[in-house]
Design a protein around this ligand. Sequence first.
Ligand code: NAP
Length: 449
Amino acid sequence: MQNFLEAIEGGASGEDIAAIPIPDSYRGAHVLRSEQTMWEGVASADKDPRQSLHVGEVATPELAPDEVYLGVMASSINFNTVWTSIFEPMSTFGFLDRLGKESAWGKRHALDHHVVGSDASGVVLRVGSAVRNWKPGDRVVVHCNYLDDQDPSAHDDSMLASNQRIWGFESNFGGLADLAVVKANQIMPKPEHLTWEESAVNGLCASTSYRMLVGRHAAQMRQGDSVFVWGATGGIGAYAIQLILNGGGTPVGVVSSPERAKLLEAMGCEATIDRAAEGYQFWKDEHTQDEGEWRRLGKKVRSLIGEDPSIVFEHPGRSTFGASVFIAKRGGTVVTCAATSGFMLEYDNRHLWMKLKRIVSSHFANYQEAWDMNRLIMAGKIQPVMSAAYDLPEVGEAARAVHRNEAEGKLAVRCLAPTAGLGIQDPEKREQIGEDKITLFQRHAGGEL
Ligand code: NAP
């Protein structure tokens, strides 16, 4: 892969890149099937991704006609990589085995190692014979909606495809590696004003937030809507806050420290709640919720914005869901895409039906939604929320930080990119948009805010 890196850094043409041989193996971050039961009986919080995520050589798979080999310059940590690395709620080898039974090309994925990672920025190295819109040398980013486009169910909203998967989580050959195998319909142009690392962190989280809030399949936020956001400086939350502000809404952001509240204010979110300082305890014990605490949160929101939120952006799950349903306004929407703290949820249905609220589910984004979100990033209307970048050998460290809720925004991982800050193609545009805006999360992590 060194030859590719030298060619990319030296500005080689697409033809020159296409002439470099694809190596038989490449460096990738992976978990092992032989270790999938290593933590039986261990509490989730005690599982350490540094022990299960290995970085080493893996065999390069054959390329299908609708795929490209991507030289990955940078990738990012998503919570799904945490799930894979702690083998929860189930081992992802089950996903690979199922994909392996679907087709001859699917069979390549059912291996004893799983190369993870659902984001990437990089350079197209080779295209399969059926790829029309991309060529070697193209600088691109990847979204993680992975599907079989010969299936009719994939042609209305592709997230409803019967075999829809998340690339690098439910499929192999993901982005936390020097090389990745990507379907042509996962590729989008790289924002030219961003570095490789800044470009790599947006695909999964930003597109997820876009569909949840803006896309026509979920909450469909309107101008003037007030939106309550849990984890407002986290991966998906930080994009949600920007989409709300960009779309003329009023965000109420929840975080768990004064430092995070400060970051949220620097993003332009005036109504902030520090859930740790407020000490909310929505569960009295394992079986009993505390409606008084829901009311206390509802009052706090009214005191900040003078009304109940039209939309609640929900993902913590068990610890917050009852409160989320309660605080949504009459006729309002709770939109959920996850359940980080537990997926067996409980809420009081009287507060839902008597007040005509809706619970709407959402999951990643279709190609059009991911493309629309990438357009906003390319236009400088939405900024990457990268707080730090790691090198690939430190991937376990980075996943551990996300698992322990120690990181703000997104953590990037440099793969082929040898040093920080490379890959900006349009410095003038970057200057116009503003270095301060683009690097807000990095400056916060560096203690500058
Ligand atoms: P993240 O970067 O770790 O941020 C999540 C934030 O949620 C944390 O920073 C934390 O913020 C807050 N939080 C965590 N536990 C909480 C709790 N018990 N109560 C209240 N707030 C809590 O993760 P992310 O990337 O934003 O992802 C969040 C969840 O969405 C994960 O479960 C992920 O797997 C899921 N997800 C789903 C999709 C999809 O397509 N379905 C896509 C992306 C992510 P504070 O401590 O500051 O409050």
